[in-house]
Design a protein around this ligand. Sequence first.
Ligand code: DQA
Length: 142
Amino acid sequence: MKILVLGGPNLNLLGDREPEVYGKDTLGDIEKYVDKSLSSISFESDWRQSNSEADLIGWIHSASTDGFDAIIINPAGLTHTSVSLLDALKSFKGEKVEVHLSNTYTREEFRKTKITSAGSRGVIEGFGKDSYLLAFKFLLKV
Ligand code: DQA
């Protein structure tokens, strides 16, 4: 199984950005944590992050032709605003899981509106880096 892991705006600042909300791990640390936790399983993953909505949409458009079976996406702030990202996700026919590090339902009111979430099979949120691990476990059936 080949999994594309997409991260939206400001996730490049993880580790430094609001650590009390998002934890002290960088996105690279989270990737290493997932790889180590699943080291006995055979899979391929490609982690990409962009602050640009256009990059994320482009990567989703080419995911099938690039051979990806599934997408794990943390759209970050775009979760709450982007119809275009939702539409792009709907165009990808493989399995999709949306993840969030924080439990957005315990935070500001505007984070309760999730425009992109309808583009994925389900949403895993509030478990920090384990939100990512749980998404992989769902896709890999382990
Ligand atoms: C986030 C939650 C979003 O509301 C926020 O804009 C983010 C990160 C999370 O992983 O908890 O940037 O997606």
